[in-house]
Write a protein that binds this ligand. Structure first.
Ligand SMILES: *[C@@H]1O[C@H](CO)[C@@H](O)[C@H](O)[C@H]1NC(C)=O
Ligand SMILES: *[C@@H]1O[C@H](CO)[C@@H](O)[C@H](O)[C@H]1NC(C)=O
Ligand SMILES: *[C@@H]1O[C@H](CO)[C@@H](O)[C@H](O)[C@H]1NC(C)=O
Ligand SMILES: *[C@@H]1O[C@H](CO)[C@@H](O)[C@H](O)[C@H]1NC(C)=O
Ligand SMILES: *[C@@H]1O[C@H](CO)[C@@H](O)[C@H](O)[C@H]1NC(C)=O
Ligand SMILES: *[C@@H]1O[C@H](CO)[C@@H](O)[C@H](O)[C@H]1NC(C)=O
Ligand SMILES: *[C@@H]1O[C@H](CO)[C@@H](O)[C@H](O)[C@H]1NC(C)=O
Length: 404
């Protein structure tokens, strides 16, 4: 089948993302290409978005879920036409000569399904919803498509009563995230006619837990002048570690139960920007193959990080501008009115804590080394990258500057 061959080529060209995990060796090629087909575009978009956000907010914590942003915007593209649509999909990193729109939406559907399935062993909630004003009659094809491919609802509300509408939206998100994401909108935000909501909550369970008894308050060096206290988790075990020879940083990789894997990156003092600039698929790939397992005394702050963003200006910087402008062509949503997207609100929350599966799993992992363990303390600004390694999705990218 030409499609299979094509997808296979696509897979080969992306196999460098990082080392294929052992459990995948028996999966067949069409399976692989199906669950990782979107990975190259999505991961490139992820790092690009991450860098743009960092540039727009230097010195601040950043926390986003790129895969859910890609998914949400791709969903919006279903309602767009003409140049608006092409620009949006290309802005997300898709080459429309190589990948048809139908394939993109099918692949997102499959990805959403896999991520949900993958999430049953951990706490993860992700979803999309579209709120629109009562006065706006949506085309049936649009409502059907967003439901079909993105499992998203289109909900009506009365945006004339913004206080009521924002309360309704906040309630909806709170409900969908089991109370973990609250107050997405305030009454002070400006009202709209169409709002796209995208939410994600993730709580991983470490494959090798930290011992809560060993969590102590320690200093975290925010910058030359500011030191804050954080609860610092500790574990001493066999850990994948790398002191990078090309970039001024150390890297630690920890796995969650299931498909989640986390890269903690500790840049040398003053070298944060240099490391961020170098982040790419190739860098992740290089790290994955260079990490080695050794006995490590690891200190990581126990934190809850959240980020809330209106992505409009960042996306515009990245070339996705039409949707927000008067040139927006949303005739896939309605032909009655001239629409434009007023906000793309994204909020992500991550809790890092000690919890993991019980020690049984880790007995075989303690190395018998005669040398002293290495000590790594994440007690100054660091980066955190969380991937789903089954689908190669960037679940979260974060920069922790000040954990308090
Ligand atoms: C490969 O995967 C496809 C898609 O799931 C499946 O239909 C096919 O039977 C599989 N082939 C082999 C040899 O496992
Ligand atoms: C939107 O795009 C469609 C298809 O390209 C076109 O027929 C329509 O005239 C456009 N509408 C507006 C308002 O530009
Ligand atoms: C899109 O893919 C085609 C065919 O592989 C290629 O020729 C073209 O240069 C690509 N376009 C971009 C913008 O990468
Ligand atoms: C909250 O969710 C439950 C079940 O998921 C549903 O029955 C209930 O109506 C929801 N409440 C609101 C306010 O959406
Ligand atoms: C250090 O961090 C504090 C708190 O975030 C901030 O107020 C201060 O401006 C920073 N100082 C420098 C030199 O960046
Ligand atoms: C990884 O994700 C796939 C797809 O959702 C799922 O079938 C598989 O069980 C997951 N693996 C683990 C170890 O949880
Ligand atoms: C660790 O290695 C030393 C020397 O190789 C050996 O004598 C000792 O029995 C080992 N301990 C364990 C727990 O395997």
């Amino acid at each position: 089948m030409p499609l299979t061959l094509y997808a296979c080529l696509l897979w080969l060209s992306t196999s460098g993302l990082w080392t294929i995990q052992a459990e995948d060796t028996h999966a067949n090629v069409s399976m692989r290409s199906q669950h990782r087909g979107l990975a190259p575009a999505n991961v490139d978009f992820a790092f690009s978005l991450y860098k743009h956000l960092m540039a727009s907010a230097p010195g601040e914590n950043i926390f986003i879920s790129p895969v859910s942003i890609s998914m949400a915007l791709s969903m919006v593209s279903l309602g767009t036409c003409g140049h608006t649509r092409t620009q949006l999909l290309q802005g997300l990193g898709f080459n429309l000569t190589e990948t048809s729109e139908a394939e993109i939406h099918q692949s997102f559907r499959h990805l959403h399904h896999l991520l949900r399935e993958s999430a049953t062993s951990l706490e993860m909630t992700m979803g999309n919803a579209l709120f629109h004003d009562r006065s706006l009659e949506l085309l049936e094809t649009f409502s059907a498509d967003i439901k079909r491919y993105y499992d998203s609802e289109a909900l009506t509300t009365d945006f004339q009563d913004w206080a009521g509408a924002s309360r309704q939206i906040n309630e909806y998100v709170k409900n969908k995230t089991q109370g973990k994401i609250v107050n997405l909108f305030s009454e002070l935000d400006s009202p709209a006619i169409l709002i796209l909501i995208n939410y994600i909550f993730y709580k991983g369970t470490w494959a090798q837990p930290f011992d809560p008894e060993s969590t102590w308050e320690e200093n975290f060096y925010v910058n030359e002048t500011t030191v804050v206290k954080v609860p610092m988790m500790f574990q001493s075990s066999a850990i994948n570690y790398l002191r990078d020879s090309e970039l001024p940083c150390q890297v630690v990789q920890l796995d969650y139960v299931g498909n989640g894997t986390v890269f903690f990156i500790l840049p040398e003092e003053g070298k944060m920007d240099m490391v961020i600039t170098a982040l790419s698929r190739d860098t992740i790939q290089r790290w994955s193959t260079s990490l080695t397992t050794g006995q490590v005394d690891l200190y990581v702050p126990k934190v809850s990080i959240s980020g809330a963003y209106d992505l409009q200006s960042v996306l515009a910087d990245m070339g996705i501008a039409d949707v927000f402008s008067n040139q927006a062509n949303f005739s896939g949503i309605t032909q009655e009115a001239q629409l434009k997207l007023s906000k793309v609100v994204h909020k992500a929350v991550l809790q890092l804590d000690e919890k993991g599966v019980q020690a049984a799993a880790s007995t075989g992992l303690t190395l018998n080394l005669t040398s002293e363990p290495l000590t790594i303390r994440f007690n100054k600004p660091f980066l955190i990258l969380i991937f789903d390694h089954f689908t190669w999705s960037s679940l979260f990218l974060g920069k922790v500057v000040n954990p308090t």
